[in-house]
Design a protein around this ligand. Structure first.
Ligand SMILES: C[S@@+](CC[C@H](N)C(=O)[O-])C[C@H]1O[C@@H](n2cnc3c(N)ncnc32)[C@H](O)[C@@H]1O
Length: 398
């Protein structure tokens, strides 16, 4: 009997040892994926992480960094502008199908993936002999299913794998995040044109929003700016309310995760007085947002009002400053470009009349901005739902 217990324990201990040596204890290359134009902000965030990440390099579409697996826990938990965190599993030459299969078979998949999972395989191929991305994806699926149980996404956790082929070189990556990081776990439904949380955080950071300032979000829709501002101003980690793909991996270390949460919580400075006013013309949007705010204690700093932007005036900003953030309707719902320009002129007029000394951040399609806005603003490029838009930041004259 004793012999049998010892022999049952032996494979588990050997597996744990392999996990530690081959996964947890070593350094990995990671890639924080961002939307275009958010790379620099994301790098700044990575540099400020409570984690030991090194060798940062900004490239188009994201930031490369190096660290241990638990440093990726911190990246997922804290980064406001990253869309997901990829872990580089292998890089190899892949100039023939045989070589690709050999390299994929050499990966210790059982050390990385849940014992049973569904796969979301993404392959891109550029200037490569292996250009048939479907066949490459099938080869990757076969290699994984030889080592862990692969099944349907409605029954098993979904794990995303990426294989990028470029000039016959392959980069194989494992997604550590799961659902994209702009899903913060606050909203349950979307609105007609919500701005992504990652872009909203970037807008607030670019406009210099910080703790102590007031925020006016007078065309709030689903309230993305207000929700992001509540998290940002209180130092709440944006991933505090959600789960991540790495939590289902055999290497997941709950002690490390709890430590990351404790560190995150020490950075919080909870505020109780409402300093964010989210308002919208649409009563249904306000009602939905009120539901979200009411469901989370940390959102008690947001007041939701059903009001017309053009019929209200917030008064002067508090001594620490105030930011008015606007993402007016546009596109089909608004009509032609000239109608869009007319609305933007009206908004500027309202700001000059009733938002004197407030900082401004406004997202607009490029063509909607007159050559010369009525006061000095800075233009930055931004992507919003596949559209190229501009972010205007500045201060409304006193
Ligand atoms: C593009 S959406 C804003 C999306 C928002 N940023 C989000 O993340 O959900 C524009 C919003 O402006 C609101 N709106 C349009 N005209 C308004 C007005 N005069 N006063 C207040 N809200 C207005 C619409 O009801 C809509 O919710």
């Amino acid at each position: 009997m004793e012999t049998s217990i010892a022999s049952d324990k032996a494979p588990a201990a050997a597996f744990a040892k392999r996990l530690k040596r081959r996964v947890a204890a070593r350094q990995w290359d990671f890639f924080a994926v961002t939307a275009p134009n958010l790379e620099t902000l994301c790098r700044r965030e990575l540099e400020a992480l409570p984690a030991d990440v090194q060798a940062l390099k900004t490239v188009t579409g994201g930031v490369e960094f190096r660290g241990r697996l638990h440093d990726a826990y911190a990246a997922n938990l804290h980064l406001r502008t990253a869309t997901r965190i990829l872990m580089r599993l292998a890089r190899f030459r892949a100039d023939s199908f045989g070589r690709l299969e050999e390299k994929l078979a050499a990966v210790d998949w059982e050390l990385f993936l849940p014992q049973a999972c569904a796969l979301d395989i993404r392959v891109t191929a550029r200037h490569s002999r292996l250009y048939h991305s479907r066949a490459v994806a099938d080869a990757l699926g076969r290699a994984v299913s030889g080592r862990v149980a692969v099944g349907a996404a409605d029954e098993l956790p979904l794990q995303r794998l990426q294989l990028r082929l470029s000039d016959d070189r392959a980069v194989l990556s494992l997604d550590t995040s799961g659902e994209p990081l702009y899903k913060r776990g606050l909203k349950s439904t979307g609105g007609p044109a919500p701005v992504r949380e990652t872009a909203a955080a970037a807008v607030l950071m670019t406009a210099g929003f910080s703790a102590g300032m007031a925020l006016a979000d007078p065309m709030c829709g689903t309230g993305t700016f207000s929700l992001e501002a509540a998290l940002l101003a209180q130092g709440i980690a944006p991933g505090r309310l959600r789960n991540f793909a790495f939590m289902r991996w055999p290497s997941f270390a709950p002690g490390r995760w709890k430590e990351a949460l404790r560190r995150a919580d020490r950075r919080q400075q909870r505020l109780d007085r409402p300093f964010i006013v989210a308002s919208d013309l649409d009563p249904a949007a306000c009602e939905t947002l009120r539901g979200v705010v009411g469901a989370h204690e940390i959102l008690g700093v947001i007041r939701v009002e059903n009001r017309d932007f053009f019929e209200t005036a917030p008064g002067p900003p508090p001594a620490a400053g105030g930011l008015v953030v606007l993402n007016p309707p546009y596109g089909r719902r608004l009509g032609s470009r000239s109608e869009g320009r007319a609305l933007v002129r009206e908004i500027f007029g309202k700001l000059q009349a009733d938002y004197r000394s407030w900082r401004l951040a406004m997202i607009l399609p490029k063509g909607y901005v007159e050559e010369k806005p009525p006061f000095a603003v800075h233009f930055s490029p931004l992507h919003h739902g596949g559209l190229k838009v501009v972010l205007l930041t500045g201060r409304v004259p006193a």
